[in-house]
Design a protein around this ligand. Structure first.
Ligand code: ADP
Length: 478
């Protein structure tokens, strides 16, 4: 047997249909129970209440002038039998046989049975469901003590015949049967329709997801008529977008990396060949060619380092070891790596200082990138100013150069992966386009504010701002 031929009890369609039909069945059962099973007792208690009410009203009117008329009126209006007995069980009213419609008289034995509590003065009223010997249906009997007149005690008996409700029940049964069949059918069809309507978008989504899994990244999860399903569709579309982006990024990365490797490798190869074939004996030319090869190797080393940093930043995201870091000391440490540049006339000035709560290894990398960019794009103005300024609970770190600057429209893009300015045609030996992307990742991981202020031909200031270290708060800045 395949999955399609048996009923899948876990499917929304089947479950929904079962619940819905079950509910319809339950409501119908309840209706049957109330209408058919309880109708007799319901009818009886209603009749008892009615009889008692009339009995009490009439009892209160005893002694009034039109008492007998009242009795007659009630017997006609309410289809009841109202009788007055004396304390020996003699019928006092009605005596005229034309005055009553239905009159089961209470015979001697029955009288003493039912009126006993009243005769003994235990009670003033009592209600019975009586089964007289000569009647086949039961009778509701309300008896009460009316009062005394001329030394004679009088009692009231109100009787109501409990009509058999069987015929009514039969009619109801027939009606209910029709109602039940129709409503069950409606519930059955409606639930079948609703459940498949509800389940369809979900199975559509499963189909789309399967297509996505098979590598079709153009799929779109369709929004439907249900809020929850729309939420799901939106989330899945978002996830698909992210997945596509990640795949795009992987493609870009491979393309960029292979391109960036290919060019220096070609250069190295051709200069190597030139040394072998042409400049081998010419010291001056050979040194020039060797220098080019060394520069390309440096570039490659630099590039590989950046790639390693990148993968470290991306895989190690979320792990920060925060301490109070002395930014001035950290900067001096970084500047030591640029020592050779000082000999070439570069001037580095550090202004201010202070502690920042950050991950020192990661922030060292940011500082390194900011400063090396400052150097790379400084052109002839070989000066870099570093400002460490605390304001309130925050401390800012700024690297300022006086180089070529960045056009306004590029100031957002420079933080992207592999972005290297607009002059792509010009091969830039200096950069890999990864430095600022790495910085961005690190600074965002810290939750720091960061950015660049720059004007073409004037220079750039790269900055970030983080929380001031504990020891510095309220204290002085070195
Ligand atoms: P790169 O390795 O190319 O320097 P980055 O991510 O560090 O990569 O920088 C991206 C681009 O931003 C650079 O190629 C350059 O065009 C621009 N840029 C970065 N820093 C500066 C700066 N201080 N002055 C001018 N342009 C800069």
């Amino acid at each position: 047997m395949t999955r399609d031929t048996i009923v899948d009890q876990k499917s929304i369609r089947v479950k929904f249909w079962l619940y819905f039909s079950g509910m319809a069945l339950f409501i119908l059962l309840l209706l049957w129970l109330l209408q058919i099973v309880f109708i007799n007792s319901f009818y009886k208690s209603m009749k008892i209440r009615d009889t008692e009410k009339v009995g009490r009203t009439v009892t209160r009117l005893f002694g009034k002038e039109d008492f007998e008329d009242t009795l007659l009126r009630y017997s006609f209006e309410k289809n009841l039998s109202l009788q007055v007995y004396n304390d020996r069980g003699g019928l006092v009213f009605p005596l005229n046989p034309l005055d009553y419609i239905y009159q089961p008289t209470i015979s001697g034995d029955d009288f003493f049975t039912y009126f006993q509590p009243l005769l003994k003065n235990d009670k003033t009223e009592e209600t019975y469901v009586a089964d007289y010997k000569n009647e086949n249906a039961s009778t509701i009997l309300y008896v009460s003590y009316l009062g005394e007149e001329a030394g004679q005690k009088y009692f009231l008996a109100v009787s109501a015949n409990v009509d058999p409700v069987d015929s009514t029940v039969e009619i109801l049964k027939d009606q209910l049967m029709i109602v039940s069949i129709i409503s069950l059918m409606v519930a059955f069809i409606l639930s079948l329709y609703l459940s498949s309507r509800l389940a369809r978008p979900l199975s559509d989504m499963a189909k789309t997801a399967r297509a996505l899994g098979q590598g079709n990244y153009d799929v779109q999860f369709k929004e439907q008529d249900y809020t929850e399903i729309n939420d799901l569709a939106r989330t899945l579309n978002y996830a698909t977008g992210e997945l596509t982006d990640a795949l795009e990024m992987r493609k870009d990365l491979i393309a960029n990396v292979s391109h960036d490797f290919k060019t220096p490798l070609t250069v190295i190869k051709s200069y190597g060949e030139m040394i072998r074939d042409i400049s081998g004996d010419n010291k001056e030319l050979r040194e020039k060619h060797t220098q080019t090869i060394l520069e390309e190797v440096d570039y490659l080393t630099n590039f590989v380092n950046d790639l390693l940093d990148l993968s470290r930043v991306e895989s190690g995201l979320g792990t920060l070891s925060l301490t109070d870091v002395n930014l001035r000391e950290l900067t001096e440490e970084v500047l030591a790596r640029f020592k050779s540049l000082k000999e070439k006339g570069y001037v580095f000035r550090i202004h201010g200082g202070g502690l920042m709560v950050c991950d020192s290894n990661k922030i060292r990398q940011v500082i390194y990138n900011f400063i090396s960019n400052g150097i790379n794009y400084s052109q002839n103005k070989k000066e870099i100013d570093i400002y460490i300024i605390s304001e309130g609970n925050l401390i800012s770190y700024c690297v300022r150069d006086y180089g070529k600057g960045i056009p306004k429209e590029d100031q957002d893009s420079i933080w992207e992966r592999f972005y290297r300015g607009r002059d792509h045609h010009e091969r830039q030996m200096v950069g890999t386009g990864l430095g600022l992307f790495i910085c961005k990742n690190i600074l965002e991981l810290h939750g720091f504010r960061y950015g660049v202020k720059s004007a073409v031909g004037v220079g750039s200031t790269f900055y970030f701002q983080g929380p001031l270290g504990e020891n510095e708060k309220g204290g002085t800045v070195r």
